[in-house]
Design a protein around this ligand. Structure first.
Ligand code: BGC
Length: 737
């Protein structure tokens, strides 16, 4: 035995015989080299296999014998298992029974909270509040870590521009710039300063790549896009996660231009490893290696395993393809041993960084679990985040805020709904703990709330409408809580028509016909096509699914205890026929002209969406001065300053999100009409003004050109500022060599 082996032996002994006592390990490289040298090929393949426990199954298959597999050293990681007790139990199986006692890694979809559920990711993105979003991820990570988890399958940073796709709810909307900032904030929140802290968990940027561009918004569907769109629109949020130090990546289910992402060495090697210098771990999505057979890319699972392993996929989620075929693929020379060693190295490195070799049980801590999970502080953070996620879409004649002496009829299938509040991917969240709108409103205005359900969420029964009309008649104002059921968005939840399901539209029409002011509170996980609501409702609050504290947060906004500040991060189409519609489209050679038939338009719909990207109202009014640019010509390497003054011209304190967009007028390949490049949040008291400055530099003008060269091109640009993407003031300037 040489000295290194001896040291390793001693530390291993210390570690596993003293349980929680932390041991000093050799450096990561040395430790992993030593361990790798001891591992058989079977043990290596074992590390590369991830299986779900039977606590929560998030895909189409389960491997019932997973515990025996762990015992036999055939499993490196487990997902969908949590609580300090259960993870300790499973960890014990691995540590006490396998030859090298390598600890398991526990993963879970901690997407928007763990037990304290925060707003769905799309909702959070509407806050445009990076600090609060980072904090939400931190809280989720802390709760998850206290329940024995090491790793979350988040953030999802897929840009999504098709609201038919149910998974639009899981991301940060349609914009690349904002999506990149939010992805990085979430990574920082989950991972904190150090993975070694028992309060933090490893993040996972998913789904790599371009999953959000599934054809026709149908989940798992084909993706076919230009390489320039891939580079300019879909990849930057992933790159931002790499720059933020994300510990893992997940491949996506889709194919991209004919090659499934799970065997796409252009994505996994050329871009991720070579260009971006990423050195973390790569896991597949749920059985996505196996699915390459159905894609028509692999003749059988064995070939699929070979393709994934050689493309640089480290860990097989749930497919058992590596388990069944990898050893013999290596034995027969179809997969190089070096590929296996690299994959195992990446996996062991993560376990090392998490401190699992020092103490495999350090996260499974029942005392911490009791203290942290669903703590008052966490619930308050969730309520704060929820208030900031709400977007006021309409407010005719100041129908909102309500006054606590008004008689309010709360009507609709979401008035007393609890399950939907926590949305999909609600991790270990317990929906019975979520506070519905009814309870929160009753607490706010104890004697002034009437309630009627009105109808179910998604059936055609009209039986409750009459009594809802009765209830509405005796009120001063109606709050109508409408939307889609939680499982109508998320994975495998695409919809082809985006109106209100069931008879909710009818309920709205009949209530509205009573002539009382009607405030619609929407709960949904995607933009809905709601032109009639927009026309006839007095006020509309988009509340998405706001999590455990949804009811109190909505009530805070309804009664003006919080002045709504959310801004849309996803365009609301007027109708499904406009999809895809997003703010950064191109001009075309025949831009819209109402007087010319032969221009780019519809015969039966305006081009403009119902609500544009960046849109959202407040209970106060903000006015914008004319923006001023310090000079109109800019040399490479220089900066321009744009200044403007924002004034709160209304009667309440409020927060404005000032947005800056840029357009490159002539490019070596055509450029979008505008792209968000910066924004600032400004808090103003009534009557207060603030002057703000934006700096414009070359990086904000840069893009990947036709040959994938990144940089800014000289010529004219328009810089635009305003409260949303379609209401801007513009100034022209020139970039010169
Ligand atoms: C989803 C992933 C998720 C995984 C594990 C898959 O079906 O696409 O987003 O992380 O399941 O639950």
């Amino acid at each position: 035995m040489n000295r290194i082996q001896y040291t390793l032996g001693c530390t291993l002994l210390l570690m596993w015989s003293w349980g929680n006592v932390m041991a000093q390990l050799p450096s990561k490289d040395q430790f992993i080299n030593d361990l790798l040298a001891k591992m058989t090929l079977e043990e290596k393949v074992g590390q590369m296999s991830l299986f779900t426990s039977d606590w929560d199954v998030t895909g189409p298959s389960l491997r019932p014998q997973y515990k025996e597999d762990i015992k036999a050293g055939k499993v490196g990681a487990v997902f969908n298992a949590y609580t300090a007790k259960y993870t300790r139990e499973l960890q014990q199986i691995a540590v006490e029974n396998t030859r090298l006692k390598i600890p398991l890694l526990f993963g879970y979809d901690v997407i928007h909270g763990h037990q304290t559920i925060f707003p769905i990711s799309l909702a959070e993105s509407c806050s445009w509040d990076l600090a609060e979003i980072e904090n939400g991820a931190r809280v989720a990570g802390e709760e998850a870590a206290a329940q024995g988890l090491h790793w979350t399958f988040a953030p999802m940073v897929d840009i999504a521009r098709d609201p038919r796709w149910g998974r639009i709810s899981e991301g940060a909307g349609e914009d690349t710039y904002l999506g990149s900032l939010i992805g990085a904030a979430r990574v920082k929140g989950f991972q904190g300063e150090s993975l070694k802290s028992p309060n933090t968990i490893a993040a996972c940027a998913k789904h790599f790549a371009a999953y959000g561009a599934a054809q026709a918004g149908r989940d798992y569907h084909t993706v076919d896009m230009s390489i320039q769109t891939l580079y300019n629109t879909y990849l930057p949020p992933f790159k931002a996660c790499v720059d933020a130090g994300v510990a893992s990546f997940m491949t996506s289910f889709n194919e991209l231009n004919g090659i499934p992402a799970t065997a796409n060495s252009f994505l996994l090697k050329d871009i991720l490893r070579k260009d971006w210098k990423y050195n973390g771990m790569v896991v597949t999505d749920y059985t996505s290696i196996n699915e390459m057979v159905a894609h028509g890319f692999s003749k059988d699972e064995r070939q699929a395993g070979m393709q994934a392993a050689t493309a640089g996929v480290d860990m097989d989620m749930q497919g058992a393809v590596y388990m069944n075929h990898l050893k013999s693929l290596v034995d027969k020379g179809n997969v190089p041993q070096a590929a296996i060693d690299q994959a195992v190295r990446n996996i062991l490195a993560l376990k090392y960084d998490l401190g699992l070799f020092e103490d495999p049980y350090r996260y499974s801590d029942e005392k911490r679990e009791k203290m942290i999970v669903l703590s008052q502080a966490n619930l308050e953070a969730a309520r704060r985040m929820a208030r900031k996620s709400i977007v006021l879409l309409k407010n005719k004649n100041n129908a909102l805020p309500l006054r606590s002496n008004q008689k309010v009829a709360l009507i609709g299938p979401f008035g007393n709904e609890k399950r939907s509040l926590i949305g999909s991917w609600s991790a270990a969240g317990d929906w019975t703990k979520s506070i519905p709108v009814l309870a929160a409103m009753q607490e706010k205005a104890p004697n002034n709330i009437l309630y009627a359900k009105g109808c179910n969420i998604n059936d055609d029964s009209l039986q409750y409408i009459e009594s809802a009309l009765q209830t509405a008649r005796s009120a001063d104002v109606v709050v109508l809580a409408l939307g889609e059921n939680w499982d109508m968005t998320g994975e495998a939840a695409s919809r082809s028509s985006l109106g209100l399901p069931g008879v909710q539209q009818q309920l709205f029409e009949q209530i509205q016909a009573l002539g009382k002011p009607v405030v619609v509170v929407l709960m949904n996980g995607r933009p809905l096509c709601i032109p009639e609501l927009d026309q006839k409702a007095d006020a509309i609050l988009e509340t998405w699914y706001l999590g455990t504290m949804a009811g109190p947060a909505i009530t805070d906004v309804l009664y003006g205890d919080y002045n709504p500040s959310g801004r849309l991060t996803t365009t609301f189409p007027r109708s499904e026929g406009q999809i895809p519609v997003h703010y950064d489209m191109k001009n075309t050679g025949r831009p819209f002209d109402a007087n010319n038939k032969y221009t780019s338009k519809y015969l039966d719909s305006p081009n403009e969406p119902l609500y544009p990207f960046g849109y959202g109202l407040s209970y106060t009014d903000f006015t914008y001065s004319k923006p001023f640019l310090n000079k109109k010509k800019m040399k490479r390497g220089e900066k321009l300053n744009l200044t403007l003054t924002i004034t709160n011209a209304g009667k309440r304190a409020g927060e404005e999100t000032v947005q800056l967009y840029l357009r490159d007028l002539v490019g070596s390949s055509t450029r979008p009409l505008k792209q968000l490049k910066a924004y600032q949040k400004v808090n103003l008291q009534p009557g207060e003004s603030k002057t703000i400055t934006f700096f414009i530099d070359e990086s904000m003008l840069s893009f990947f050109n036709y040959d994938l060269q990144y940089g800014a091109e000289t010529g004219e640009f328009d810089v635009m500022v305003g409260p949303n993407s379609s209401n801007v003031q513009s100034i022209r300037f020139e970039l010169q060599d």
